[in-house]
Write a protein that binds this ligand. Structure first.
Ligand SMILES: [Zn+2]
Length: 210
């Protein structure tokens, strides 16, 4: 899994497989499967029309999607469990920001386990001349979106923000935060957005360039 994430990162940073994402399409290029929607994305966009013949392919895509987070194995945590690292509470089948009962089971949550293992599920790579001249502004938007996502879904978080002179690489504990960040950047600044899912693993690499 670590190796795959590295390969994914490598493939993207060397720009060997740019422009693989047909909008709304599903294509296999360089061993990377590109899918624009997942079962966890209830938001309808122009890429996910809900009428006519496209509907069945949309539904097929949702239910064929084999991705699941191995760190979020169901039934593993007794209820209630409080994360001894971040304080999130597992209750009624999901992690929430809440006050735990005193006798709650104590364990490390999936997000904190990923952080401990240094094994991100998501990567966002930002680059381009516009980024160079608007770095602070872009970072502010990125952090704002990530904060909102984390408030709504405790398991979805930024792990690291690595700033290099010509790019910024953000790693996350999940595959939703990268997509949220990418969509927000595209909405605010346009630019070129690409989304690539790992073929077999719960991984996502979003690149944004302007
Ligand atoms: Zn935690």
């Amino acid at each position: 899994m670590w190796r795959q994430a590295g390969e994914l990162l490598g493939a993207c940073s060397t720009r060997t497989s740019t422009s693989v994402t047909g909008r709304g399409g599903r294509s296999l290029v360089s061993g990377v499967l590109s899918i624009k929607v997942t079962r966890r994305n209830p938001i309808r966009t122009p890429d996910t029309p809900i009428s006519g013949a496209t509907r069945s392919s949309y539904r097929d895509r949702i239910f064929d999607d084999p991705r699941h987070d191995p760190y979020q194995a169901r039934g593993k945590y007794p209820e209630p469990t409080v994360c001894e690292s971040c304080g999130a509470v597992f209750h009624r089948g999901r992690w929430q920001w809440a006050s735990p009962p005193e006798d709650a089971n104590r364990e490390r949550c999936p997000a904190c386990r990923r952080i401990r293992d240094r094994l991100p599920a998501g990567v966002v790579t930002l680059s381009g001349a516009f980024l160079g001249s608007h770095r602070d502004e872009v970072l502010q938007l990125l952090r704002h979106e990530a904060r909102q996502e984390r408030d709504e879904h405790p398991m979805n978080r930024i792990m690291d923000v690595n700033e290099a002179p010509d790019e910024i690489v953000v790693t996350t504990t999940d595959i939703h935060t990268p997509r949220r960040i990418g969509n927000a950047l595209e909405r605010a600044y346009h630019g070129k957005l690409e989304t690539r899912y790992g073929e077999d693993e719960y991984t996502l690499h979003v690149t944004w360039e302007r």
